[in-house]
Design a protein around this ligand. Structure first.
Ligand SMILES: Nc1nc2c(c(=O)[nH]1)N[C@H]1C(S)=C(S)[C@@H](COP(=O)(O)O)O[C@H]1N2
Ligand SMILES: [Mo]
Length: 323
């Protein structure tokens, strides 16, 4: 199991942050923001990261980058993206997200909970827990995958702050709508409707693997990866991991989800990674792993993307029917 909390770590596990390409330090060393924009896809993110976020990221206990699976290069994870709000091409999010300014950021929380409201991101993060690093596999429904070191807090700990009631059977998420800054939201030829919406059953949301990231590779999240905060559900196809979340709603009924709305026969609500249930138009038995040093391997896809600990959530369910 990949999760390790700060308290489980020994000295040997802690990797100095310098093991990652530290964008901020590189930029500072180069004398300000001269480098910004010079390397497309790597430095496209906003330059105005607030100090609380830099501090939170700096205070994260970093676990070893040594894992049995090579970590995908930061350059790949920040230049080969799906974020349709910025265009449908894999390079579009890095290329076209430079004008998106995610700071300051508020999240509106509503529905079946005792503490609804609109909140600044900073207290929501500090109120959840100390930030931790999680190295997770990300398996896109298109059959490519990466291994990415994220920084953030457990979704369940974030959600508990709002005291969901027993009527909260599902939790719904919404991506911000900013057509001025998100060219995909202005497109008349979009495959999907905006805002992008996603949802989970409450017990899925409370599973300790469910994570909200505010950073990756030792830095705040770049815009193309869902700044300033995005969901990560490593046992589900990547489209469940909604980016740039601005609304969280506790609801009684199963909420609509963007890709299910667009093609219900191809994308289910659950979207658990399952090598035995093919997409109608392609096999899900294997995947293209975009790994370290730009290496691309064909590897077998594992049930729940290898995160077997979530299996009890789906005990007794026909996973061909509830795909
Ligand atoms: N709002 C929003 N969230 C989104 C998407 C999107 O288009 N819009 N794409 C999803 C898909 S299909 C994947 S595979 C992952 C990709 O995350 P990454 O670009 O950080 O690797 O984000 C998901 N979250
Ligand atoms: Mo995806």
């Amino acid at each position: 199991m990949l999760i390790r909390h700060a308290s489980d770590l020994t000295e040997n596990d802690v990797t100095p942050k310098s093991a990652f390409v530290n964008r901020r330090q590189i930029i500072q060393a180069a004398g300000g923001i001269a480098l910004a924009g010079a390397v497309p896809g790597v430095f496209a993110e906003s330059q105005s990261v607030p100090s609380w976020l830099n501090q939170t990221v700096d205070q994260t206990v970093f676990r070893s980058v040594t894992t049995d699976e090579g970590i995908t290069d930061r350059a790949d994870a920040t230049s080969y993206n799906n974020f349709y709000e910025f265009g449908t091409g894999k390079g579009d999010p890095a290329r076209h997200s430079g004008d998106f300014n995610p700071y300051p950021w508020e999240i509106t929380v509503d529905g079946e909970c005792t503490k609804p409201g609109t909140f600044d991101l900073a207290p929501l993060i500090s109120g959840a827990s100390a930030s931790e690093e999680r190295i997770y596999r990300l398996r896109c429904v298109e059959a490519w995958s990466m291994v990415i070191p994220w920084i953030g807090v457990e979704l369940g700990k974030l959600l508990q702050q709002f005291e969901p009631t027993s009527d909260a059977r599902y939790v719904a998420f919404e991506t911000i709508e900013r057509p001025d800054e998100m060219r995909g939201q202005r497109s008349r030829f979009s495959f999907i409707d905006y805002p992008y919406v996603e949802g989970l059953r409450m017990d899925e949301a409370m599973h300790p693997l469910a994570f909200m990231a505010i950073g990756m590779y030792g830095e705040p999240l770049p815009n193309q990866n869902g700044a300033p905060i995005r969901l990560l559900l490593p046992w589900k196809y990547g489209f469940k991991s909604i980016k740039s979340v601005s609304r969280i709603s506790f609801v009684r009924e199963m909420p609509p989800t963007t890709w299910n709305l667009s093609a219900a026969n191809e994308y289910g609500f659950y979207a658990n990674v399952n090598p035995e249930v093919d997409h109608p138009r392609w096999s899900q038995a294997s995947e293209r792993r975009i790994g370290a040093n730009g290496d691309v391997d064909r590897i077998e896809t594992r049930m729940f993307n290898g995160y077997d600990e979530v299996a009890p959530l789906y005990a007794g369910m026909d996973l061909r029917k509830f795909f």
